[in-house]
Design a binder for this molecule. Structure first.
Ligand code: CUA
Length: 156
């Protein structure tokens, strides 16, 4: 007689858990507060003033490059449709931001691994000595396409 009641109670618990998790992932909102204390529009790529148009730029000295990468659901720009291409024997500073939710930026097989946060720019400087191909992956859960969010980096 009570089995049915327990079954209903168990189902209710499961639904509640799923609801809680979904709310945590989707409903909590990702608004970030910038340095001035104001709210940053997470869809605004220029939310951080020191972020340029995405792409590869010559650095301040020969052999140095600045790479600006935008992470968004569910791609890296550049990186996903076109590989990020930098020369071998170079020093590369990555500037990584997000235009929507928190993403990860990991260059597989290296120690380059950071979060990409809306309204903030993560900066990492590394040296690439030899030509090679690297994968880029997002390692922060960012939505339904998280597992498809990847790209490539070519050192040529
Ligand atoms: Cu972007 Cu996970």
């Amino acid at each position: 007689r009570f089995e049915r009641l327990w079954l209903v109670a168990a189902l209710a618990m499961i639904v509640l858990f799923i609801g809680t998790v979904t709310y945590g992932a989707v409903g909590a909102g990702y608004g970030m507060v910038d340095d001035t204390g104001g709210q940053v529009d997470p869809t605004d790529a220029t939310a951080s003033e020191n972020f340029r148009e995405p792409g590869v730029y010559n650095g301040s000295e020969p052999g140095h490059y600045d790479v600006y990468i935008e992470a968004k659901q569910f791609l890296f720009v550049p990186g996903t449709s076109d590989p990020v291409r930098v020369p071998a024997n170079s020093t590369v500073t990555f500037h990584v931001t997000s235009t929507d939710v928190v993403h990860g930026f990991e260059v597989v097989g290296t120690n380059i691994n950071t979060m990409a946060v809306p309204g903030q720019v993560a900066t990492i400087t590394v040296e690439f000595d030899d030509p090679g191909q690297y994968g880029l992956v997002c390692n922060e859960y960012c939505g339904s396409g998280h597992h498809t969010m990847e790209g490539s980096l070519e050192v040529v």
